[in-house]
Design a protein around this ligand. Structure first.
Ligand code: ADP
Ligand code: MG
Length: 161
């Protein structure tokens, strides 16, 4: 079964993102999927805190990618919701982000699935019927590095704050 974590508030989702941000390594790619309002941006804001990015992280809806160079590793935050075609990804030079030594987080990643690196961590955030603020966060690693990362994150979630 895939590891899945329930959160019951926006802050809890951000804290989970923060824990992942603390563990991330150079070159990691995190692909976020989930409906509008699921919590992808909230999760990314926490992840940025974990990387040591100071200042607010906002959704890059109109620019496709925002760059935050101030943290422990550079963070590249993409949102491909409004992408019209893959040419726009070519135009921003997406491969230079995906295969960089920084960390790339992509909201709505399933929309560019053909372009994603083979080695990556997919995260699906879904609303739950138990309550309006409940989310399930499912971790789907592709490759050995991401699998190790998921294991570390699950240990981190279980052992403390
Ligand atoms: P997305 O980027 O997936 O469209 P956002 O992170 O921008 O979503 O917004 C998530 C919305 O859902 C926010 O308004 C947030 O307050 C709300 N919310 C309620 N419960 C949660 C939760 N458990 N985790 C994350 N967001 C939540
Ligand atoms: Mg968003």
């Amino acid at each position: 079964m895939l590891p899945s974590i329930k959160t019951s508030s926006p802050d809890e989702t951000a804290r989970l993102g923060e824990k992942l941000g603390i563990l991330l390594r150079s070159g990691d790619v995190v692909c976020l999927s989930g409906d509008l309002g699921a919590g992808k941006t909230r999760f990314t804001q926490g992840l940025a805190v974990g990387l040591g990015v100071s200042g607010p992280v906002t959704s890059p809806t109109f620019t496709i990618v925002n760059e935050y160079p101030q943290g422990r590793l550079p963070l590249y935050h993409m949102d491909v919701y409004r992408l019209n075609d893959h040419q726009e990804m070519e135009d921003i030079g997406y491969e230079e982000y995906f295969y960089s030594s920084g960390v790339t987080v992509i909201e709505w990643a399933e929309r560019v699935i053909e372009l994603l690196p083979v080695e990556r961590l997919d995260i699906v955030i879904s609303r739950c019927p138990e309550g309006e603020d409940i989310r399930s966060v499912t971790l789907i690693p592709h490759g050995e590095g991401p699998a190790a990362l998921v294991k570390e994150l699950m240990d981190f979630v279980c052992t403390g704050d």
